[in-house]
Design a protein around this ligand. Structure first.
Ligand code: ADE
Length: 246
């Protein structure tokens, strides 16, 4: 059973519409949609925003739905200057940029777990990258020129990179500077991935994180982010999962 999570319904709506033989379970104020997606058994759920919401949802997926692969898909703010709106990041390592128990533990280290970075599954990461590249090579079939222009999507690319998560929407230069100063390898920031990563590490479930750049984590982010989420994110997710699962 594969678990597919996002933070917002908009990010997986097209996948939900395509799910067959759907059974619904409501637990913890969220609905889990179980069914068949592109021929594979899957459970879909949106967790709501943040590390607590996503960690509890991931735990429920593992314990109640016997998920043996978990994929989080959603949007992120670009942190590295080369990241543009519409690019796709496949997470390599996940880190919680708002964890700070220093001087007792290293900055960002999860106390008692002796871990700062959580690795995604290497083979699944490669397979997902191929699925994303397949979509990007033909994205103009799915995203119209008008849509791409209105959202500033130009020649999107797929990168494998490190992702930072925290309970903060990143839109100020000082926030970006904190992340880039302490975590040089990070390419984008979001609010759930590293929490899901920690849960999957603790339960030994292979996981992957897909993040589509919706904004550049700057003063325009509060405008760019909702436009991208409502208009485009779900189309990306649909095409990526079609390629990955089929
Ligand atoms: N998700 C999408 N854009 C984001 C941002 N700028 N900060 C945090 N999470 C995000």
């Amino acid at each position: 059973m594969i678990g597919i999570m996002s933070a917002m319904q908009e990010e997986i709506q097209a996948l939900l519409n395509h799910l067959e033989h759907t059974e619904e379970y409501t637990k913890g104020k969220r609905t889990y949609y179980k069914g068949t997606l592109f021929g594979k058994e899957a459970v879909l759920v949106f967790s709501r925003w943040g590390k607590v919401a996503s960690a509890t949802t991931a735990t429920q997926l593992i314990n109640d739905f016997d998920v043996n692969e978990l994929i989080f898909t959603g949007v992120a703010g670009g942190i590295h200057p080369d990241m543009n709106i519409g690019d796709i990041v496949i997470g390599k390592q996940l880190v919680q940029h708002d964890m700070n128990a220093s001087p007792l533990y290293g900055l960002f280290e999860i106390p008692l777990l002796h871990k700062t970075f959580f690795d995604t599954h290497p083979e699944k990461r490669e397979q997902l990258t191929n699925a994303c590249q397949q979509f990007i090579d033909t994205y103009t079939n799915v995203i119209s020129e008008k849509e791409a222009r209105s959202l500033d999507i130009m020649n999107p690319k797929v990168v494998i990179g490190d992702i930072a998560s925290g309970d903060q929407f990143i839109s100020k230069a000082s926030q970006v500077q904190f992340i880039t100063t302490h975590l040089e390898s990070v390419v984008c920031a979001e609010m759930e991935g590293a929490a899901v990563a920690q849960v999957c590490y603790e339960y030994e479930v292979p996981f992957s994180i897909i993040r589509i750049i919706s904004d550049k984590a700057n003063s325009e982010a509060p405008i760019d982010f909702p436009l991208f989420v409502t208009q485009i994110a779900s189309k990306y997710a649909f095409e990526i999962f079609k390629n990955y699962l089929q």
